[in-house]
Write a protein that binds this ligand. Structure first.
Ligand code: AMP
Length: 480
């Protein structure tokens, strides 16, 4: 189960949390389109509504009115091809001896199976094979013996992998980020309360103020009455493993993650792309939408260097076509790219063109685009990519292709260039990513571009010296 999702938790002074939770989920929609859900607590009992589909479809008129209570959590879940799986839609909620629990999880545990087996031996019954339920049961068990903070700490010491969680125990809303800070999580202040969520753009949507990132290994407990919060540094770890791909592709450009505004990061990566492998051409086109900030940085750096290169919107995106990436067959993925993108002939015909995209995974998009631009009369098509070649799967929560589907998995750049039919192809270096994020390589998770992961993954190289001791248990490979 690989869960690349969006989470939120809110505690308000004295109005229902359902509506602000709903708006936050809208702001986080890009992080998950398979299902959406909200769980609230009114001081006496939990209320839950979890449904498949986009946020706008998952809640019918009236659903929010039944979600009483000024405190609650929410979740949007990332689709994994073929899994239309109501069992795994979140927030996960359960009642047990010492109260009720709700959980929203973004990330992927590497030892969930092991913990699940141990708990099953103790008589715990599971309704899904997801990580989140394992965390809920482990926490429920710890809460029988410990206070809230110690119980969370015990669970954190047990679970390994990436997780940003919002949790609700009875009325109390909390947020936890894994000790390596792999997935983002931020705290914000609202006019009449506090919010913990995956991305700061959700706080903006609520007219709130970003306070700061939740620190790796930190627990944030919102006061039940919405008037403040307490923090506990539960686990300290030397190195972080922030996911660089959040900045490159996944997060919204208007979000600030670990102190960096994603839009500015992407523009700077675009500038570095020009510095590292700029190619003279008539026009530079972004692959919408994710290539846009890269392309504007690239064009700006080129113009600063005296180039006459022009920035243009030469590819139009049909915004009503969903995500092509997760279509089950290659044939469908190819058709979907064509449905999604159409060239504007006048900006392309007879011109030397450079297109900029954030990443190449299977190569479907670049392959189709190069052909499309050539058919539209481009004299030359150069491809520049704002990330290094993706050579290995992600085990930390991003839905990438499996290793044998990755176009860069086993062939050098020259062969990829030939395969996609481009006149030239260059990727950005890992050093450029680290420098832009003002981080050392050791503090980033670069698993998908180096094959070295912050945790031991059976059958994969790891970066154990930099990160942590061997952890047993094996994740489901993040393929589709
Ligand atoms: P591909 O066509 O398989 O090479 O995928 C690359 C395209 O999909 C790029 O345009 C990216 O913006 C986008 N992309 C990259 N990673 C992901 C992901 N994990 N999920 C969905 N789309 C992605």
């Amino acid at each position: 189960m690989h869960e690349k999702c969006g989470v939120v938790g809110i505690a308000l002074e004295d109005r229902d949390a359902a509506r602000p939770l709903y708006y936050s989920l809208y702001a986080l929609q890009h992080r998950g389109q398979e299902s959406a859900g909200i769980v609230t607590h009114d001081g006496f009992q939990q209320h839950s509504h979890v449904e498949m589909g986009l946020v706008g479809d998952a809640f019918a008129p009236g659903d929010l009115e039944s979600l009483n209570g000024s405190n609650g959590i929410g979740h949007v879940r990332y689709p994994t091809a073929g899994s239309v799986n109501t069992c795994c839609a979140q927030p996960f909620s359960v009642s047990f001896k010492s109260g009720s629990l709700g959980l929203s999880h973004n990330g992927n545990l590497v030892n969930a199976d092991e913990i699940g087996d141990e708990l099953a031996d103790l008589g715990h019954a599971f309704t899904s094979d997801g990580d989140t339920e394992v965390i809920a049961h482990d926490l429920a068990r710890n809460l029988l013996e410990e206070d809230l903070v110690r119980a969370v700490k015990r669970t954190m010491e047990r679970i390994h992998g990436s997780y940003s969680l919002t949790i609700m125990h009875d009325e109390t809303v909390m947020g936890v980020r894994d000790p390596q800070g792999n997935r983002p999580l931020v705290i914000g202040e609202l006019e009449d309360g506090y919010v913990i969520t995956s991305e700061s753009a959700a706080i903006d949507t609520l007219d709130g103020e970003l306070i700061r990132d939740v620190r790796p290994g930190e627990l944030v407990v919102l006061h039940d009455d919405g008037t403040g919060y307490d923090t506990y540094q539960l686990i300290e770890q030397e190195n972080t493993a922030h996911c660089f791909f959040e900045h490159v592709y996944f997060a919204r450009p208007d979000s600030t993650i670990d102190g960096n505004l994603v839009y500015e990061v992407r523009r700077e990566l675009g500038r570095k792309l020009w510095e590292e492998s700029g190619v003279e051409s008539d026009v530079v086109l972004p692959v919408p939408d994710s290539g846009r900030a890269f392309a504007s940085g690239y064009a700006e750096a080129a113009q600063d260097d005296g180039s006459d290169i022009e920035f243009a919107e030469g590819l139009m995106k049909n915004r009503y076509v969903g995500r092509t990436f997760i279509m089950p067959t290659q044939d469908e993925r190819e058709r979907a790219v064509r449905l999604k993108l159409n060239p504007i002939r006048s900006t392309i015909e007879g011109k030397k063109v450079t297109i900029i995209d954030d990443s190449i995974v299977r190569g479907t998009t670049s392959n189709q685009l190069v052909q499309l631009l050539k058919d539209a009369g481009a004299e030359e098509v150069n491809v520049r990519i704002g990330a290094p070649p993706i050579i290995a799967p992600c085990y930390m929560g991003i839905d990438m292709a499996s290793r044998d589907e990755l176009i860069a998995g086993d062939q050098p750049v020259e062969e990829i260039c030939e395969e996609i039919g481009a006149d030239s192809l260059s990727y950005l270096s890992i050093d450029a990513i680290a420098a832009t994020l003002d981080s050392s390589r050791a503090d980033l998770c670069l698993g998908c571009v180096t094959g070295e992961y912050p945790y031991d993954i059976e059958g994969e190289e790891t970066d154990r010296d930099v990160h942590r001791p061997e952890i047993s248990g094996q994740p489901s490979p993040a393929d589709d």
